[in-house]
Structures are given as structure tokens and as C-alpha cells.
Design a protein around this ligand. Sequence first.
Ligand code: HEM
Length: 503
Amino acid sequence: MTTPQAPHSFPGTPAGPPPGCPAHGADPVGPFGAGGLRRLYGPEAERDAPGLFEKLRAEHGPVAPALLHDDVPIWVVLGHSENLHMLRTHSVYTRNSRRWRLVQDGTLGPDYPLTPLFAWQPICSFAEGAERERLRGAVNNAMKQIDYRGVRRAINRHSNRLVNEFGQDGRADLVSQFTDHLPMLVMLDVLGLPEEYNEQMVDAARDMLQGTETANASNAAIMGILERHVARRRAQPDDDFTSSLLEDEARLTDDEVAQHLRLVLIAAYEATSNLTANVLRMVLTDPRFRAQLNGGQMTVPEAVEQTLWDQPPFSNMLGYFAVQDAELGGQQIKKGDALLLNIAAANVDPVVRPDLEANMQGNRAHLAFGGGVYECPGDDLGRAIADTGVDALLMRLPDVELAVPETDLHWTNSLISSHLKELPVVFSPRQPLEISSSPGQTGASRTDWEISSPAPRPQAAGPIPPQAAPHVPGPPAAEGPVATVPAQRRGAWRRLVEWVRGG
Ligand code: HEM
């Protein structure tokens, strides 16, 4: 801290905006804020986050000072090797947000919009030492209990069910009608909570990650659902992730289990829906994939891996915190400073990717799943949802095509992720498949999840060259929510959402 007027400033940063800055101090959402540092929020960040991070790299090198919401200072780690160093040096950089100076001095309280992203909770991510090993060990053990064959069948079943909802229309928005729903359906199955799936659950999960005014309330709403589920499973265990956590030898409390369910549900949902949408976008637009459909090179798993490099589902993670003074990328990091793991920037660091067009197939050195002791334990499941889901959709809609020019696709950018707004497509209409339903379990024995009737093949079925497919630009089909919400629950959810939104 250098001056009383700028209590959140970094040591050694300039006192005002750079010369010629058009937003010189006056505009509260201009590109520059306190101390002349670039803001990671506001119109510029929302419009072009990658461009903003490249400006930071050009101005400061691999580690740059910048400002979060309300001009809170943070170090943005842009370099691939600097990010890896931070991830692997657990003795210096921790995810325990109680180490953040601005949390310790009370500057960042519960009302700060990004608080749900870093507020300390009794979960593995925030713990250190033996306590971290206890909690993360329980998560790892529960992940090992998941029956991945059963989950793949469930992904296939859910994918086909979603396609049934819009397949006869010949057009759809694959974001609002497919990728926003598939990971929530799968994750609620994995946790043993399939009955909670509905549109509002999807909205609440997304809302709490966007740093909106209602983020804290959405967080509380989801926690309420999870806490009730934990209490039910404590009384009556079942064959699901929740029961595995409850029964682990680490003897987690009910609160610890509920907090880890929230971590898993939200981390998995947001990341996997973004990944699936971006893979579909690539499949529909990238000539390398189109070549594959016609006997060329790129497969769906390869499109998944390429997407993890080019559009990592989490662009940033907030955050890491210095437990002692250190030097990183030429910057002097002070004990108590916060650092942003900038996955998207690391993945395009010119040091590791001098040619962004170069083929990355077979190279998994991206940081999409983080690294070090905090590395994501759900990478296999996330990949499975994306590649099985996309595969199932292509099987049902082999002539699916983008309904708008690629330049009309837009993303909503938040600090931690970019969410494709719409993916309008057209295809030959398909009759619904009969899918026998036994929701709630992912066990390998549940063969009744298999699709029980073959796909009726309309005349135009079968892979056809993209140029031969119908091209009908226009808005997505005006369909209602994919899920059918039982009447009594819809009422409860409406009340909940009104409360969440302050109504
Ligand atoms: C494509 C999908 C996914 C991506 C890209 C992804 C990415 C990430 C990233 C970047 C982190 C933070 C790592 C760090 O701080 O260094 C993380 C943590 C985590 N992820 Fe994932 N994730 C995905 C899917 C999943 C799934 C499906 C699950 C669970 C079923 C999951 C569970 C977790 C958990 C529990 C953590 C916290 C780990 C810890 O703090 O020790 N993730 N994930």
C-alpha cells in the first residue's frame, strides 16, 4: 500500500492513468481505474477479454497489475511458465483466500459481487496442509467410485432426450436447448439429485458465477438444496457421489459435504457447458472437422482438446494468494497479494505457442484444468460429457449446420468464463426416439437407460456435405424450456427466483 488515497494500489504502480487515456479518471467503467491500472471489468473487458489480456501482456510482460470489480487490485498471471510455477509452488501461492490482505482487513466483505468466487469455505480448495489432504482425498475417493460407463450411457440418454425436444423443428439454439442443460442433467444424476433438474437450477448456477447483484442469493439458494440432500443421504445412503463423500474415512461433516457438492456441481456445470458449446461451435465451423466428416482428420475428442487450448472453459481462476514475498515474472509480489490464474492467456502465450494456427493435437500441456495440487479432479468426466454429448447429437442430426454466419456468434464474458450466447442451427427434422427413463442412478446395471428404438431415418439422413444442407438463417425456434417442471415445484421455484432477484 503506497498512499492513503489509493488503499488498494500495488506498490510501484503509476499514480494516474497513462498519458492520453480517454477515460482519465472520470468514467467509472472506463478501461483505467485507480493508479492508472487496467480494469478487468466494464465494457472493454466484456467486449474483448482476450484483447485486454494481450494489452496487459504487451505493457507489463508475463505478470501484470490490474483491477477487479470496484478497482480491487490483483496480479494477472499471463505467462504459461509463470502460471505453472505459481500452481506448483504451493508453499508460496495458496488458494486460501484468508491470506488475502483485503479480506484480512475487511475491505472485501460478503456484499462484494465476486465474493462467492473466493469466500473461504470448508472445502479442499481453501484448505492447507493436512486438512487439505483430508478433504481433497475424500473428493478423489468419491470420484473413483463414479461408474464412468454408466455415466457415458446417461450422457447419451440425456443428449437424445434433449434432441427429442427440438428434433422435429428442424432448427434449434444448441446453447439454450442443449449445452446449457446436458451438464446439469448429468451432474445432478452423479450427485444423486435428478429431481432437482429444471430451468431455474440452470439459471441459478450460471448467475452465481457471473458476479451479478443476485450472485450471493443464487449461491444461498443452491446451498439450501444441497444441504437438504445431504441430510436425506445421511439418513438413507444411496449409490451416488454424495453418499461416497458422506461415507469416506475422512469423516466429513454434513456442512463439508454440502460445500463440496456445491464446488463439484458449479465447477463442473459451468466448465462443461462452456466446453460443450465451444466444441459444437468448432465442429460446425472449423474446416478441419468438416474434413473429418468427409473422411478427413479431426475427431470429436480432438476437437475437445483443441477447444481446451483455444477457448478454455474457465478463462481465469480467482484466485491465488501469496503467503510470503516472492518474485514472479519480474514483478515483486508481496505477502497477502492476490493473483489471477489466467488460463486463457497462458494457453496462447507466444513462448509456448508462437503459431496459434499450429496443430495442437496430442498435446495436453494446456492449463484448462489448472495444475499442481489443485488440479481439477473432474477432467475425465468433463471430457466425457463434451465428447459423448457432441457425438450423440451428431448421430441424431448428421446434417446439422450453423443457421447464421459465424461472425454473428457472440459470447458473454465474465471474469472467469466466456459463455456462448446462442448457437442457432438447422437440420433435417427428426422424429423423437423412445428413451426408457430410469433417472437418478448412473450404475452400470441400469441398462434400461439405453435407447430402446432405432432412429427413424428421414430421407435426408446420413452425413451430407455441408454445402448441401439447408441454410435457413433466422432466430432459434421459440421453444419453451426443455425441462418439464412439475407444477408444484414450478411454483416453489418461481417464489425462490423472485426472492433471489429481490422481487
Ligand atoms: C471441461 C470441464 C472442466 C474444466 C475445464 C475444469 C477446470 C477446472 C479448473 C481450472 C480448476 C481449478 C484448478 C486450480 O485452481 O488450479 C478446477 C477445479 C476443480 N474441479 Fe474442475 N473442471 C472441469 C470439470 C469438472 C468436473 C466434471 C468436476 C467434478 C465432477 C470438477 C471438479 C473440480 C473440483 C472438485 C475442483 C477443485 C479442486 C481443488 O481445489 O483441489 N471439474 N476445475
